[in-house]
Design a protein around this ligand. Sequence first.
Ligand code: SIN
Length: 312
Amino acid sequence: MEDLLSHELFGIKFKNPVWTASGTFSYGLEVAKLYDLSLLGAIVVKGLSLKPRKGNMPERIVETPAGMLNSIGLQNPGVEYFINETLPQLRQYDTRIFANVFGEDEEEYLAVAEKLDKADGVDGLELNVSCPNVKKGGIAFGNDPQVLYDLVYKIKKVTKKPLLVKLSPNVTNILDTADACVNAKADGLVLINTLLGVAIDVEKEKPILSTITGGLSGPAILPIAVRMIWQVYAKYGKKVPIIGVGGISNVQDALQHILAGACAIQVGTANFYDPYSPIKIIEGLKEHLKKKGYKHYSQLIGKAHQMTIKEV
Ligand code: SIN
């Protein structure tokens, strides 16, 4: 059978380039009742901190035009619970597991990364320096290139596993933070996390979210994600693996990310209204490649950059 989608990244084999995004798929086990998780390229689990976190007070989610605002506040059961209770169940599935790593300060980030480095069955780490919904950590680390460089550099020293950095789009120039990660030897970049937004209840005449601001995701952010992938790929090409996330709900959206330069993609908010969307995207990619006569999806990575300026 033709193998259109399997590939290797960071020295690891993947069945296909379709992953599920952190925070939109929990720890995968609920969805295992709907389909075989082994069909997925990878699962990125919800952000993990050293100790359990209750997250923010309600309201924590609002639907917006073509999107969603969330302010969960990184609710999670803590890294040890994940390693001891959840990971053994997830390991039954033949897919790659990436753990999203969160800390309120540098010590916590390092402690979580060290524990996950030792955890058998975790294939790689996704550093969360872009959560906009917490008072300490998250975006505070991700928006200052020097602070980000120092953190990535130190985390690289405590893990041998691939380290991806999920960047915030809430910056003036995405290349400033992308450069910091590349210089600190991150293995790949995940572009993008959510955009800061506010939704107001016009009857109550106050913000809906308890934290006032939240992170915007969903189809509304697709062109922003594609633009940022475009900028980073234009600078680094295939030297820096880019995992695209942001606004992907169907195969056309996934193709936009890939043509802009992503070598794998994550499905996020779409999981909430169609948990089968990653599977439909895997099938849709195969059909698209066959229809167009491609031998492998990698032929499309960054292909849209081959135009000349005149064609724009
Ligand atoms: C949250 O838990 O508030 C969202 C996590 C994130 O945006 O990284």
